[in-house]
Design a protein around this ligand. Structure first.
Ligand SMILES: Cc1cc2nc3c(=O)[nH]c(=O)nc-3n(C[C@H](O)[C@H](O)[C@H](O)COP(=O)(O)OP(=O)(O)OC[C@H]3O[C@@H](n4cnc5c(N)ncnc54)[C@H](O)[C@@H]3O)c2cc1C
Length: 337
């Protein structure tokens, strides 16, 4: 009998990765709909200290598999442990983040468990008719959203796009169980070896962690005009985002691309300038807390998701905005001086 929802927590360098809290929010919503328990698995060494925080963010049970050999992510031992645990606990649903780790491990575990896997979901729900997991993700080049079910096998497995959910706030009154699991040594033996970490320099552009993102589209017309976006972003202390068309034109690099084939962001403030709001772009930013759009076309799709919209020519609006921000900044500096 398969019951409950399990999420795979993620750690990097011995620290719990915040994507774990996003997964807990997803898992909690599904577990509540099923009236079942939510469990979270953490593999690593010396990770027990995170268990309380995991419970406060929504878990009923935390499974800690502690071993020095799990300190770094290696696919084989991680696959062996997660497969074994899934066989013991028998969750109905298993979720992981669509990160490098999640994307590597989940197909391996799904194959070992002889079940299906839906990768890169943006939406998850429970079918009220048969309690099965509804797994929604963009399909056919992002032109449709497909909802996929796993009718015949269990567990139902999915990876979830990071930044597509807001974590729950910590509830100190929540209580749960911590289960320490240990396994025989041969579970951890592998021919894989971590040689060294090489930092991906493209990840220095961290639009995903920024509180404010200022994004520009093809409406800026030229690379030189795109400097306005960069100036505005620097005045706001924001990260620079862009549409795919802008990246294809070579105005900024791929790490800035927001959307289906770029990054998903969920900042406090997203400012969209001269971009139409294609379905592929919206897929990467529509969970932003507040969206401000400037576009000269009143029918632009971006206004459908915007909280505040300015219908106007960005070449009039943005320079004025930059001037006002500079005045405010200089005024503040004078007062401080
Ligand atoms: C498989 C696939 C994956 C994709 N992935 C992504 C992705 O990850 N991210 C992404 O962004 N796109 C993606 N796309 C591309 C997407 O379909 C659109 O082509 C793209 O988002 C449009 O970019 P844009 O808004 O900059 O340009 P446009 O759609 O051309 O919009 C330009 C906008 O600027 C406005 N404008 C023009 N001049 C002014 C002015 N002076 N003042 C104010 N407004 C002005 C116009 O009214 C218009 O709305 C993908 C497409 C496919 C098929």
């Amino acid at each position: 009998m398969y019951r409950g929802v399990m999420i795979i927590g993620e750690q990097r360098g011995g620290e719990l990765h915040p994507v774990t809290y996003e997964l807990l929010a997803r898992g909690r919503a599904l577990a509540d709909k099923l009236s079942e328990e939510l469990s979270c698995v953490v593999l690593g060494h010396d990770m027990e200290r995170f268990a309380e925080g995991i419970i406060q963010r929504g878990a009923d049970v935390v499974y800690i598999v502690d071993n020095p050999l799990l300190r770094n992510f290696l696919p084989r031992p991680y696959t062996s442990v997660l497969t074994r645990l899934a066989k013991e606990v028998k969750p109905e649903i298993v979720l992981a983040a669509a990160t490098t780790q999640g994307r590597t491990i989940m197909p391996l575990v799904a194959a070992k468990l002889d079940t299906g896997l839906t990768a890169d979901c943006t939406g998850l729900d429970i079918d009220p008719l048969d309690r099965s997991l509804l797994q929604t993700r963009p399909a056919i080049g992002g032109n449709v959203m497909a909802t996929i079910k796993t009718p015949a096998s269990r567990p139902q497995m999915a990876t979830v796009r990071p930044k597509s959910t807001k974590p729950l706030s910590a509830d100190k009154a929540r209580s749960g169980r911590v289960v320490l699991k240990s396994y025989e040594k041969d579970m951890f033996t592998t021919c894989e070896e971590l040689v060294r970490f090489v930092k991906d320099a493209t990840q220095d552009v961290n639009v995903q962690d920024a509180d404010i993102v200022v994004s520009g589209g093809k409406g800026l017309k030229t690379r030189d005009n795109f400097c306005m976006i960069e100036e505005l972003a620097s005045l706001f202390g924001a990260a620079v985002g862009a549409t795919r068309d802008v990246v294809d034109l070579g105005w900024v690099g791929y790490p800035h691309q927001i959307g289906l084939s770029g990054k998903t962001v969920s900042p406090k403030l997203y400012i969209a300038l001269g971009l139409s709001g294609s379905v592929q772009h919206l897929a990467g930013m529509q969970t932003s807390e507040t969206i401000v759009a400037i576009n000269k076309d009143p029918d632009a799709q971006i206004f459908k998701v915007a909280d505040f919209g300015i219908v106007g020519d960005l070449f009039d609006v943005v320079p004025e905005l930059i001037e006002k921000l500079k005045e405010r900044k200089n005024g503040k500096l004078r007062r401080e001086g």
